[in-house]
Write a protein that binds this ligand. Structure first.
Ligand code: ZN
Length: 358
């Protein structure tokens, strides 16, 4: 392996990638089989064709122009496998964000269905931090927030996921530049930065802490949005963002428009353990799909908690990015949505259409 990026420019390299079912070669080229008339991703799991029947193409368009049809198994015409990997990495970020304990690289990789090496490499490439660094930044943020509640400092240290208090003090030192007790005593609320934009759902507010997006709300009246966020975080200091926030807003709006195109948007998820469990399940519902409240309750192993699940969905602060709109009633009705049933309908219709087209 190593760090060199292969470019698969020769037929020999490409054939070797096929032999290896090399997932890193995916989307870099396609192969087609003359005898079947079908083209595939290089790591397709179908039977390895005879070398003399194989033709290589730089793009799927070229393969199709040459008269080949897309393989039904590896679906080279739909979302690329690179996008699929990006989605897996984003799911891993969500797991890290929601987890109280430190998650092992092996476990995260296994959940994503990638080797630890490949997972680590892709994670770094997409997120810009290693899984460990990402996890540390979140543990650290949770720690600061625990200090603001009425727990003792020692409890805060343990419940934030640090193993020993001395470790916490030294790790916190750079970020807080003061001892936890001092921070706790003088701690004002968190600063939340926000920006407002327009999207197909009307006006949207994107609000973020230094860790990530903590609230997304929609309304027909742009002036109603900031108070909605303040309501969610009564003690926080709300601050209108400067131009450096534009990129994040753009990413969010783009994500809402095309939820199947993965993007890394860091989230700062605040909620009880139960709510986080529910939201975790929601994040696993793919665009174009829905679950009923009952199914979500079953998935978290609490089939009797249907009502509590509905409440957890309703208390989701991060609209669309945590897709509570993908939960409907058992008989298929599009019921309650914090931001209006019409918006929920629009979202679901759009996502269904896009999924059918793919
Ligand atoms: Zn295939």
């Amino acid at each position: 392996m190593g760090n060199t990026t292969k470019n698969y420019s020769t037929e020999k390299d490409r054939w070797q990638a096929l032999l290896n079912r090399d997932s890193e070669s995916v989307s870099k080229f396609f192969y087609a089989v003359k005898t079947t008339g079908i083209y595939c991703h290089p790591n397709c799991s179908s039977r390895l064709p005879n070398r003399k029947n194989v033709e290589f193409f730089d793009s799927r368009e070229e393969a199709e122009k040459a008269g080949y049809r897309a393989c039904k198994r590896c679906k080279p015409q739909s979302i690329s496998q690179q996008t699929a990997i990006e989605q897996k990495i984003i799911m891993a970020c969500r797991s890290i964000e929601a987890s109280e304990a430190h998650l092992k690289l092996e476990d995260l990789a296994k959940e994503a269905g990638l080797s630890p090496y490949h997972f680590h490499r892709q994670f770094k490439k997409i997120v810009g931090l290693t899984p460990k660094q990402y996890s540390l930044s979140h543990t650290s943020k949770r720690f600061e927030q625990r200090l603001k509640t009425d727990e003792s400092v020692t409890e805060a240290i343990y419940s934030a996921g640090y193993s020993s208090s001395s470790g916490a003090y030294s790790k916190q030192h750079d970020r807080l530049a003061m001892k936890p007790k001092v921070y706790r005593k003088g701690a004002e609320g968190v600063t939340i930065t926000y920006g407002i934009a327009e999207c197909f759902l009307g006006w949207i507010i994107v609000a973020a802490t230094e860790i990530g997006v903590c609230a997304i709300e929609f309304d027909d009246d742009p002036n109603a949005l900031a108070p909605m966020v303040q309501n969610r975080f009564p003690k926080a200091l709300l601050q209108k963002a400067g131009p450096d926030f534009t990129g994040l807003i753009k990413d969010v709006v783009q994500f809402i428009r095309q939820p199947d195109k993965a993007r890394h948007i860091p989230l700062d998820i605040q909620g009880t353990a139960f709510q986080q469990q529910v939201w975790n399940v929601l994040r696993q519902i793919k665009p174009g799909h829905t679950l009923s409240y009952t199914e979500v309750a079953e998935k978290i192993g609490k089939p009797e908690a249907v009502r509590a699940v509905a409440t957890a969905c309703a208390s989701n602060k991060i609209g669309v990015l945590i897709p509570c709109h993908r939960v409907i009633t058992k008989d298929g009705r599009i019921s309650g949505y914090r931001w209006g049933v019409d918006r929920k309908k629009q979202l679901l219709e759009r996502e269904k259409k896009a999924a059918d087209k793919a």
